[in-house]
Design a protein around this ligand. Structure first.
Ligand code: ADP
Length: 465
């Protein structure tokens, strides 16, 4: 927004134009004129000024200040009465003022005058002469040059000046309108550019997502398709029924890959819900330690397939807090599946819980391949995978940790990673201890007897082929 009060007359009206207006007015009316700002300070060069106002008053002490104050007051009064204000100045001459108003704000005044309506008597100027400490003779002589105008001419001149001030006001208003419009346009351009950049980024990210997703969908479908073709071939050679071992093998492969598809689609649906604000927590007040322990223990046998040990430890046996058990499972299974995925055989995964009274720290530490430092923040973004680890484990869509971060944040918690390439990674979740009034857990349903088998099969589907 433009603050009109802080702007000068010349910010609205070109000084050259102002001077031209004023000079032609002075010339045609044969009257002294000047344009001042709202404080009474001259903005233009005075036109047709009398000696008294040009040389005598300005050279005496405080003369300029007194003129400025008279100009300021003249302008102020003209604004108040809404027509030209005719008055006697501090030096006893008749002046008139017409205000320049922009959008209702007084930005300057056009002044005219330095005339009298009758021949002056010198003695009536004695007070002015002594107050301003003027040279009496010089003043008397100058007084003789002051134009004597009849009242009608005075009124006509004041009216003409008022019309000129109105024309200047209009120019000022149009300039203001243009300025406001150009500022609005400038803002619009900035906003449009931001939107354009956002949409370009979104397009790039969509294109990337599309290419990752196509690959992710194609791989399990190809595997399922090949397995089916093999089964069909067996069936056509009539050995299908007899070879149940082969059937089991291919059916397992197909199931495994169906889980991969389910996992990918679940992640996509959830991510989409979170991005659009449709994902809600179902909070219950319950013992979070037991849930974490159960989830951890349920993946032990999967880790053992890869000869990886999982150790669980906690410094608190029970901690009641408000959390969504299903979402906590998603969080833990995601991090644990990554830990298993990126840890070689004979590795170790440690799940530790630290009680910080108002906070709970959950640490999931592995002795796997580690994550380079420049990727520590990035891995929590959508569709981000660490290049080096792709070489080692090409599977995964890069959605998991982004989903985990959103779920942790929905619990008002934080997640961070400490990791060193070749040494291992530690994911630390910080959850505040809270309590909800309308806990959905009514105490009858034990949230700790959940069946994780299918969920683990889905979550771990890209580890075991
Ligand atoms: P993905 O489905 O590809 O595993 P995530 O979002 O779960 O996606 O993980 C993003 C990337 O972070 C992974 O591709 C991997 O490069 C890296 N990463 C995650 N967890 C670990 C870990 N424990 N050890 C090493 N790298 C990891």
């Amino acid at each position: 927004m433009i603050d009109i009060e802080s702007l000068k007359v010349t910010d609205f009206i070109d000084l050259k134009l102002l001077q031209q207006f004023q000079d032609s007015f002075s010339k045609s009316m044969d009257i002294a004129t000047v344009v001042v700002d709202k404080d009474g300070k001259p903005v233009t060069n005075p036109s047709s000024f009398t000696d008294i106002c040009k040389t005598i008053i300005p050279t005496c002490s405080n003369g300029n200040l007194k003129c400025q104050e008279a100009h300021r007051r003249g302008g102020e009064m003209a604004v108040k009465i809404g027509k030209p204000y005719i008055y006697k100045c501090h030096a006893g001459l008749i002046d008139f003022a017409a205000p320049i108003l922009v959008d209702g704000s007084h930005i300057g005044t056009v002044l005219g005058g330095q005339v009298l309506t009758k021949v002056p008597k010198t003695e009536s100027y004695n007070k002015v002469i002594s107050e301003l400490n003027l040279d009496e003779e010089q003043f008397e002589n100058s007084l003789k040059d002051i134009k004597i105008v009849d009242k009608e001419k005075l009124l006509a001149a004041a009216e003409a000046l008022f019309i000129m001030a109105n024309a200047l006001s209009k120019i000022g208003y149009e300039t203001l309108r243009l300025r406001l419009n150009s500022e609005k346009l400038k803002d619009e351009v900035v906003n449009k550019n931001i939107l354009l950049e956002k949409s370009q980024n979104k397009n790039i990210s969509l294109a990337r997502t599309f290419s990752i997703m196509s690959h992710e969908l194609k791989t399990p479908i190809n595997i399922i398709f090949s397995a089916l073709q093999l089964l069909e071939a067996q069936y056509e050679s009539n050995s299908y029924i007899s070879d149940s071992k082969l059937f089991c093998k291919y059916s397992k492969i197909m199931k495994q890959n169906c889980y991969r598809l389910v996992r990918l689609i679940n992640n996509l649906i959830d991510m989409n819900k979170i991005e659009n604000g449709f994902y809600k927590l179902k909070l219950v007040n319950s013992d979070i330690i037991k849930t974490i322990e159960d989830i951890t223990l349920s993946v032990v046998q999967f880790a053992n397939f890869k000869n990886i040990d999982i150790v669980f430890d906690t410094d608190v046996e029970e901690k009641i807090t408000a959390y969504d058990p299903e979402k906590l499972e998603r969080i833990m299974l995601n991090i644990l599946s990554n830990a298993i995925k990126y840890t070689g055989s004979n590795g170790l995964i440690e799940v530790n819980i630290y009680d910080k009274v108002d906070l709970l720290l959950i640490s999931i530490k592995d002795s796997g391949i580690g994550i380079p430092e420049h990727m520590h923040k990035k891995i929590f973004e959508n569709y981000i995978q660490v290049e080096d680890s792709i070489e080692k484990k090409p599977e995964g869509s890069g959605i998991g940790l982004s989903l985990v971060k959103s779920l942790v944040e929905m619990h008002k918690g934080k997640i961070s990673v400490k990791s060193e390439v070749g040494v291992g990674s530690e994911f630390i979740i910080e959850l505040p201890i809270t309590c909800v009034e309308n806990s959905e857990n009514n105490g009858n349903e034990s949230i700790h007897t959940r069946d994780y088998v299918e969920k683990i099969q889905i979550e771990f589907s890209d580890i075991y082929q």
